[in-house]
Ligand binder design. Structure first.
Ligand SMILES: [Zn+2]
Length: 261
């Protein structure tokens, strides 16, 4: 089912404008719609979302990298401490062994104590060496993670740079199209009476960018609704310089000289 629009002569001070300038308004609308599309395209470029996603992941990778580097740093300290402990135990065992070898200890009880200490130092050293090995393994894992994160960060950085370059290229294309369209628009504006232009601008801000539409085969091109025969008759009877508006979308109706009216 097709809805029918209604047509009314512009309310308020009955606005009149010569038919040629009413048609120029349609040219202006075409350019304004083109500018709206360009602005929309610029704001919704897929590259913008890609850059955003890459940037978010880069932030995460950066955080994960800090965590892994901190862990590696802590483990390095832990390893150094364990190695120092091993060294101290080793040196003490060596000193004990030297005393034993020198034969300076004669008391059997002292001798026994010394031998017992050398034995427990050996056990302690072995435990500490296990600690060193365990810390080294954990460090190895932390460093492998750092390496993987750095690789990912570099890859993401490269992808973000490529997406930015692509975005900037499309921005450049859009911007020059905007400049050309804006220039064409500026050339049309002087052909349209101020009052008609003001009405058009007002409707445009109220009706999501459509201020004027052609009447084409009995249909308003703004809202795409067919006008009923009564309204079409009204349009036929209206003075050529009467400014007509679509009751549905409120747009100024530009009457072209087509026979299908
Ligand atoms: Zn309409």
């Amino acid at each position: 089912m097709e809805r029918s629009g209604r047509v009314t002569v512009a309310k308020g001070t009955a606005l009149n404008a010569d038919p040629a300038s009413q048609l120029r308004l349609l040219d202006l609308q075409a350019l304004d719609s083109a500018l709206d599309r360009l602005a929309h395209r610029r704001a919704t470029l897929p590259e913008i979302a890609v850059i955003q996603t890459l940037g978010a992941r880069l932030g995460e990778v950066g955080d994960e990298l800090v965590v892994a580097q901190t862990l590696d740093h802590d483990l390095a300290r832990e390893q150094a401490k364990a190695e120092t402990d091993v060294d101290q135990v080793r040196q003490r065992a060596e000193r004990d062994q030297q005393r034993l070898d020198a034969g300076s200890v004669s008391s059997p009880r002292e001798l026994e104590n010394l031998q017992s200490e050398i034995s427990s130092l050996g056990k302690r050293r072995s435990d500490l060496e296990d600690v060193v090995l365990e810390v080294m393994e954990r460090r190895e894992a932390a460093q492998a993670e750092i390496s993987a994160l750095v690789t990912e960060r570099d890859k993401l950085t490269e992808e973000a740079a490529a997406a930015s370059a692509q975005r900037d290229q499309v921005f450049g294309e859009i911007d020059s199209e905007v400049a050309a369209t804006t220039a064409a628009r500026a050339a049309i504006v002087p052909d349209i009476p101020g009052e008609l232009l003001a009405l058009y601008e007002k409707i445009r801000t109220q009706s999501s960018g459509v201020g004027a539409a052609a009447l084409h085969r009995g249909r308003c091109e703004g809202c795409h609704l067919a006008l009923n025969p009564g309204d079409l008759g009204h349009i036929r009877d209206a003075a050529p310089d009467a400014v007509l508006r679509c009751e549905e979308c409120r747009g100024i109706l530009g009457r072209t000289a087509e026979p299908g009216l």
